[in-house]
Design a protein around this ligand. Structure first.
Ligand code: NAP
Length: 557
């Protein structure tokens, strides 16, 4: 194994067992059978033209590993003498994605010009066997086809990785699977040089279109959010106020309570003497340790939770604004369209699983007088300070409050919840043993499924989630607009992007919008994301302008 580069890499070469040549003439005089061109995309022409080709054997096999393919193919065909063999390749992996081995990773190749002699055919095959033996997925494909597939996948993957790198994403103790994928993507793409990325941009004719599409997708997601915000505020000012309801809390800060005076509301419940509670509770816990849980908001996530609750033999009741009788029946859940009926069934736990934006309205419409006076209220909203404040303001003191956030959803949790994070804060749990037990029993549902239980304050949750969850959902929505599809040459990074889009595919716009409206940092995150995109395109265009200027000044010199 021999190597040459413009810098002095002799020390590294020695550790790898490679003979290093500072002079390309010396290397060529060694008559290697194969020359692999592994330069940056846009230095390739200069490097190839400077090689002393006449010092090589006349049938040398030239291979390139550039991340674009039509460009080196044309360059080789124009520059190399006819008797030289040409094999254009692209290992669809790099030092990060391939560090644990190359098994199943795609290796694309096009035998552009291989002489008929048996020795030349077998030399090419021998070279390809290197990758085959490592378990690579060998994909024979024309350079044109490669570039078509790569434009929409590889360039987009690198662009998203670089945008996210600019945001300086950090690990949090409550990473979702989707956020893990983004962090991984940044790690994978950050280890590649900017030259590589710039090469993908400059030498793939489709990249500019892709950049334009991405720009449009970012703007479209922003517009969608702003349009909804406008509608929301209009409704608040001209809708809810007319109906006598209050302003819904924005960005986690309650602007006013739906009841003029929170205390008035709690006073409307004359609290029973302490022993009365205890008699009731002891009755409850004489029964087998199963809970009667009422899910309010039996949409996508409510139904997803219900499956496991039923599996664990808890009694599940449900209520939704829409008719969900059929879904409930198929899950073994008793559905009610009447909140009074539901509350009269005296559930141990009321589980709020409504959209973030409708939670206040739903909570205020609950006839909580019909519930037992020490009911445990739980929420699963994806923001936490907002429901915590809402519960504390609206629920009588006798009610227990547990704020939770399962950091997974119907897609990421479809094969089980093992190892997935479940965040919770025991906001207000009565001291009686039975109430403590009931809360723990509820938490046990997730413990039993082997969730990673993370006890954390709502404030801390929101701090971590701002920079991770909202960005993950935003990136997924932007990518969804691009209509990404699997290609035969997907890189690991691109697979992660496709996965991210698939995982968030079932999430409603309301969920995304809730994260935007009720997370105090989301507007800033959105702007940062857009600025990161613009700064990246400026970097690309800046280089483009410099190259054009150099070419122009060369012409006039
Ligand atoms: P979602 O769109 O956030 O919520 C859908 C639920 O909200 C449905 O039950 C819907 O009622 C109800 N709803 C919406 N607007 C309403 C209104 N004006 N009045 C009454 N009810 C209304 O989607 P989701 O995925 O099911 O999420 C539910 C909750 O779980 C959200 O707070 C979300 O943040 C949280 N969460 C979701 C995930 C996830 O991966 N999906 C993960 C963790 C936590 P109908 O049934 O009548 O349509």
């Amino acid at each position: 194994m021999l190597a040459h580069s413009r810098g002095d890499y002799s020390a590294v070469a020695k550790t790898l067992g490679v003979s290093y040549f500072l002079d390309a003439d010396d290397l060529c005089e060694q008559h290697p059978e194969v020359i692999i061109i592994c330069t940056s995309i846009f230095s390739t022409k200069q490097v190839l033209c400077s090689l002393p080709l006449s010092r090589l054997k006349r049938s040398t096999l030239f291979v390139d590993v550039l991340s674009v393919k039509e460009f080196p193919r044309d360059l080789f065909l124009q520059t190399l003498p006819n008797e030289f063999d040409i094999l254009c390749t692209h290992p669809m992996f790099g030092p990060e994605s391939g560090k644990k081995g190359w098994n199943e990773l795609p290796f694309v190749y096009d035998k552009v010009r291989i002489g008929d002699e048996l020795s030349r055919v077998s030399r090419c095959d021998k070279f390809l066997n290197i990758f085959k033996k490592e378990g690579c997925k060998m994909v024979e494909m024309s350079c044109e086809e490669h570039d078509q597939h790569a434009a929409g996948s590889q360039f987009i993957t690198h662009t998203v990785g670089r945008i996210l790198e600019k945001l300086g994403l950090k690990e949090t103790p409550i990473n979702t699977k989707g956020y893990d994928a983004l962090l991984n993507l940044v790690k994978n793409t950050a280890s590649d040089s900017f030259d590589l990325y710039y090469g993908l941009f400059l030498y793939n004719t489709n990249s500019m279109d892709q950049l334009d599409l991405l720009n449009k997708a970012i703007r479209s997601v922003k517009n969608e959010l702003f349009w909804h915000m406008n509608e929301f505020l209009r409704k608040q000012n001209f809708g809810y106020l007319e109906e006598g309801l209050s302003i819904i809390p924005l960005n986690g800060v309650a602007l006013s309570s739906p009841y003029d005076n929170v205390n008035d509301r709690s006073n409307s419940f004359s609290l029973p003497p302490r022993q009365h509670y205890e008699t009731q509770i002891s009755n409850l816990f004489d029964k087998p340790p199963k809970l009667k849980i009422a899910i309010i908001g039996f949409g996508n996530f409510g139904q997803f939770l219900a499956k496991t609750l039923v599996k664990q033999q808890h009694t599940v009741l449900a209520y939704s604004r829409s008719d969900r009788f059929a879904e409930a029946r198929s899950l073994g859940v008793s559905f009610s369209h009447d909140l009074d009926d539901l509350c009269e069934q005296h559930p141990d736990v009321v589980l709020i699983s409504t959209s973030i934006t409708s939670t206040e309205e739903v909570l205020c419409s609950l006839p909580i007088k019909r519930l037992k006076r020490n009911t445990l209220f739980v929420d699963v909203l994806s923001v936490k300070e907002f429901p915590r404040n809402l519960f504390l303001q609206n629920l009588p003191n006798g009610f227990d409050i547990l704020c939770t956030h399962p950091m997974f959803g119907p897609e990421s949790g479809k094969s089980g919840w093992d190892g997935l994070k479940f965040v919770y804060e025991k906001v207000r749990i009565g001291e009686e043993e039975s109430r403590v037990l009931r809360c723990n029993r509820f938490l046990d549902i997730f413990n039993c499924e082997k969730c990673e239980m993370v006890e954390m304050s709502c404030a801390e949750h929101d701090l971590h989630a701002a920079g991770s969850q909202f960005i993950t959902h935003t990136v997924a929505r932007i990518l969804k607009k691009l209509g990404l599809e699997a290609t035969p040459i997907d890189t690991k990074g691109y697979e992660k992007l496709l996965n991210l889009v698939e995982n968030s595919g079932s999430d409603s716009f309301d969920l995304f919008y809730g994260l935007f409206m009720y997370n105090p940092n989301s507007m800033e995150q959105l702007e940062l994301l857009h600025t990161a995109f613009e700064s990246l395109t400026m970097e690309l265009f800046g280089r483009l302008v410099n190259v054009s200027k150099k070419q122009l000044s060369g012409k006039f010199e």
